[in-house]
Design a binder for this molecule. Structure first.
Ligand SMILES: *[C@@H]1O[C@H](CO)[C@@H](O)[C@H](O)[C@H]1NC(C)=O
Ligand SMILES: *[C@@H]1O[C@H](CO)[C@@H](O)[C@H](O)[C@H]1NC(C)=O
Ligand SMILES: *[C@@H]1O[C@H](CO)[C@@H](O)[C@H](O)[C@H]1NC(C)=O
Length: 383
């Protein structure tokens, strides 16, 4: 390796680490390292040493807890004890999750909620709040309220018999009381002000509710339906803010017309992306991001960000090989064209080649890329 190559490598490592740093001392050390590197090139070894210092101790860590709301993209098992068809606590779901356990995660392994806590160094996985084995100490680093099958439209969770966003808020209130009694008000306040809150939902509103339900399709056009969804998102976010949350990331919905199931149902004989679904998703995302900017400006000390859940997944679907995948038009389970949940009986031979796990949900490898992109681009906006 030439000196120039080494410099380039060190510079890129510094830049990457700085984008990702989440605690004060680590970020500060990286700034010192960057300074040394730029102004004292002969100190490259010292720079490398500083680069290896990591965050330590929960005091320093700027994100003490991660709390998630939403649907099956982020649910880690809250639906397991509900009477609903929207649950997946049986194989082949979870085939790659620590020893192949079907935990109720709608993928072959980890889902975005898990990658968030893993990448932030908070813990390995994010437990569902309704887990009967949840321990008191689990509460302090965050839990998950998401429920597969739900959405912003209140009708969506009713049709699926799952936990609505309003009910997720009620559970969160209960959670706050528990934290207070376990660890005291000060710890609760730190979780609220410094914890990362993430919301990911909306796909089911479009695919299951709007296009399939006469109550919606014949009474709303794209503009009024996305208005209904954004109104609901906005009141949810204001509720969360009023309950103390400050750092809130909200995922836009993916290009759902390109989900394998939608290609099969609406993409014609060539199974192309269903353009209407994508159009509705993109319109909703535009309005959602405007609403988030508005809330952010009007709610004191709020740090809300809109997270792109559309263009990166679309790029992964359109250029799978760029991201290490081979197949992006069918899922790994069954024929890959339509199966989801209990219809998934068998799987492909090598899930690593696939962007989609079933006809509706991404594989853990795809989720990992999406979460990494979000954290590397947005964490500094939320500090
Ligand atoms: C990191 O923190 C833990 C406890 O919070 C402590 O036991 C350990 O010594 C620390 N390590 C360093 C290198 O400071
Ligand atoms: C960490 O926090 C605890 C209580 O929150 C405090 O007593 C302790 O001094 C802190 N440690 C450091 C190294 O800041
Ligand atoms: C599975 O697919 C991945 C990604 O294409 C590849 O790297 C790996 O070698 C494959 N594994 C097997 C056993 O074929």
């Amino acid at each position: 390796m030439t000196r120039k190559e080494l410099d380039m490598c060190v510079f890129n490592a510094l830049k990457y680490e700085f984008e990702m740093c989440i605690c004060f001392t680590h970020c500060l050390l990286l700034i010192i390292a960057m300074h040394l590197f730029l102004h004292k090139p002969s100190h490259v070894l010292l720079t490398l040493l500083l680069l290896h210092v990591q965050c330590n101790g929960s005091n320093d860590s700027i994100v003490p807890a991660v709390i998630v709301f939403g649907d099956s993209v982020v649910d880690t098992g809250n639906n397991n004890n509900l009477k609903t068809i929207f649950k997946v606590n049986y194989p082949p779901y979870g085939q790659d999750f620590s020893g192949g356990q079907p935990t109720g995660r709608f993928s072959n392994g980890k889902v975005p909620s898990d990658f968030l806590v893993e990448e932030l160094g908070v813990k390995d996985v994010l437990p569902p709040y309704l887990d009967p084995n949840l321990k008191n100490e689990d509460l302090l680093t965050g839990v998950n309220f998401a429920s597969g099958g739900g959405g912003y439209d209140p009708l969506t969770s009713v049709l699926a018999s799952v936990i609505s966003l309003d009910e997720q808020i009620e559970l969160f209130k209960e959670y706050k009381e528990k934290v207070k009694s376990v660890a005291g008000e000060e710890v609760l306040n730190t979780i609220l002000s410094k914890g990362l809150f993430v919301v990911a939902t909306g796909s089911n509103d479009v695919t299951n509710t709007y296009f399939n339900n006469p109550l919606r399709l014949y009474h709303y056009d794209f503009d009024s339906y996305t208005h209904l969804m954004v109104d609901s998102a906005s009141s949810f976010l204001q509720n969360l803010y009023n309950l103390g949350a400050r750092r809130i990331g909200v995922f836009g919905i993916p290009p759902i017309g390109c989900l394998p199931s939608q290609r099969t149902l609406k993409g014609g004989t060539l199974r192309e992306c269903a353009e209407k679904n994508n159009e509705l998703a993109a319109l909703f995302n535009t309005k959602l991001s405007m609403e988030i900017n508005y809330l952010n400006l009007n709610l004191p000390s709020a740090r809300m960000v809109y997270i792109d859940g559309y263009y990166l997944p679309l790029d992964i679907i359109q250029n799978p090989t760029k991201y290490g995948f081979d197949v992006s038009t069918v899922g790994c389970c069954g024929t890959g064209t339509i199966e989801v949940a209990f219809l998934c009986k068998y799987t492909c031979s090598n899930v690593s080649e696939y962007v989609f796990w079933d006809s509706f949900h991404f594989t853990e490898n795809a989720y990992k890329i999406i979460v990494h992109d979000f954290l590397s681009k947005n964490m500094n906006l939320m500090m």
